[in-house]
Design a binder for this molecule. Structure first.
Ligand code: NAD
Ligand code: GLY
Length: 369
């Protein structure tokens, strides 16, 4: 079974990636010596598919559980849902010895992790990610957050999970659009740390029909673990994004977050806006640090093969998306820290990108690549 360890001192943990491992969640949790009750948090799509298996596994391992389900989608990732679930947890008798199990995609993981970070001033939590996005990215690294009207993920906390259990067979039930958007974060990982993986991703893209096939699923634990290892090494180096290394994971996210926040939450998927943001970031990378056209082309071809968007949809105007880009967390004291790519596998953090550059890059996204 591929296992990736994150070495973060007293906050260290393991990420298990194995097909059909949902039924092992209870056993793996038992090894952590948690003694309290489990609050399983999930959404309205994932719970009917996998809730019983996870709850049964926890109960077989001796944990008592309560279940908290919210309406699926980014539009639920907010403080109202947090308050509702916290009230439910209090009513279910959870105290500071309890722990949270996040069962679902990045929305569940970000919000359940945030709840764990504030409930009784912080209780442990376990991530059981069920989307590509959550398995390769959001379940690992301890960033938790919710959205507010002013912008995405503007309220949150660093709170590392105690364990991550990723079962790639859960990806078989993903809608095609959700499956593909998650792969944008794999393209990002390849661009900043593992250019070889771009080829693997194009090959994978050719094997995706309507969703992953059973044959493809056999290859997934290895590819997912490779992505997690890329993120893990970066998080180990810069857990709270203070020295700049973790910021490399934001490649494509500055323009992407602006686009995402400019339409009602949930209308565009996170990976879709990352794909758009990557195109803008590559163009700026060529302008500022001479990223070779061939490298830019290879990344764009991979996004295209995965059928990810490279031009703004009709309901998004470049002007409006730009306004929301200004409230992004990567702005500090009025100037932006923008991630560029010097070469495939060579990201850098630049303070040179101007507001006019961002406007030009956003405008580029209204044209065909
Ligand atoms: P999501 O959680 O909304 O899941 C997408 C859709 O798929 C939802 O409708 C969900 O119910 C459904 N779904 C989930 N698993 C399923 C399964 N196995 N079968 C069928 N349907 C399933 O979205 P996401 O793309 O997983 O995550 C996006 C979120 O992650 C965003 O809020 C983004 O900000 C966040 N994110 C966080 C980090 C981080 O480091 N914390 C990193 C990247 C993204
Ligand atoms: N997804 C960006 C990070 O975890 O830092």
């Amino acid at each position: 079974m591929p296992t990736v360890n994150l070495s973060l001192g007293s906050r260290s943990y393991c990420v298990h990636v194995e097909n059909n491992s949902l039924k092992n969640v209870g056993y793996l949790t038992g090894r952590l010596r948690l003694s309290g009750k489990a609050a399983v948090i999930s959404d309205s799509n994932v719970c009917p598919l996998y809730g019983d298996t996870v709850i049964q596994s926890l109960e077989d391992a001796g944990f008592s559980t309560s279940l908290h389900v919210f309406e699926a989608g980014e539009q639920s990732k907010n403080l109202q849902t947090v308050e509702k679930i916290v009230n439910e947890m209090v009513a279910a008798g959870h105290d500071r010895s309890s722990f949270v199990v996040a069962l679902g995609g990045g929305v569940v993981g970000d919000m359940a992790g945030f709840i764990a970070s504030i409930y009784y001033r912080g209780i442990p939590f376990i991530q059981v990610p069920t989307t590509v996005m959550a398995q390769v990215d959001s379940s690992v690294g301890g960033k938790t957050a919710v959205d507010i009207a002013a912008g995405k993920n503007l309220i949150g906390a660093f709170h590392q999970p105690r364990l991550v259990v990723a079962d790639p067979t859960t990806l078989l039930s993903l809608p095609d659009r959700v499956l593909r958007e998650g792969m944008a974060e794999m393209v990002k990982h390849a661009a900043i740390r593992a250019p070889r993986m771009l080829r693997t991703l194009r090959h994978l893209a050719s094997e995706i029909g309507i969703g992953f096939s059973l044959n493809t699923i056999e290859q997934l634990p290895g590819i997912i673990a490779e992505n997690i290892a890329i993120k893990a090494r970066i998080v180990e180096e810069d857990e709270k994004e203070t020295c700049g290394v973790r910021a490399f994971l934001n490649l494509g996210h500055t323009l992407g977050h602006g686009i995402e926040a400019s339409v009602p939450y949930g209308e565009l998927l996170h990976g879709e806006v990352v794909s758009l943001g990557l195109r803008g970031a590559l163009w700026l990378s060529h302008k500022y640090c001479g990223l070779p056209h061939a490298a830019e082309r290879e990344i764009l071809d991979t996004l295209k093969a995965l059928e990810l968007p490279l031009t703004l949809p009709e309901n998004v105007t470049a002007e409006r998306a730009l306004q929301f880009t200004a409230s992004d967390k990567k702005f500090s004291g009025g100037s932006i820290r923008f991630v560029l790519l010097k070469e495939l596998g060579e990201p850098l953090l630049s303070g040179d990108v101007t507001a006019d550059d961002l406007a030009e890059a956003m405008q580029l996204l209204t044209t065909q690549p």
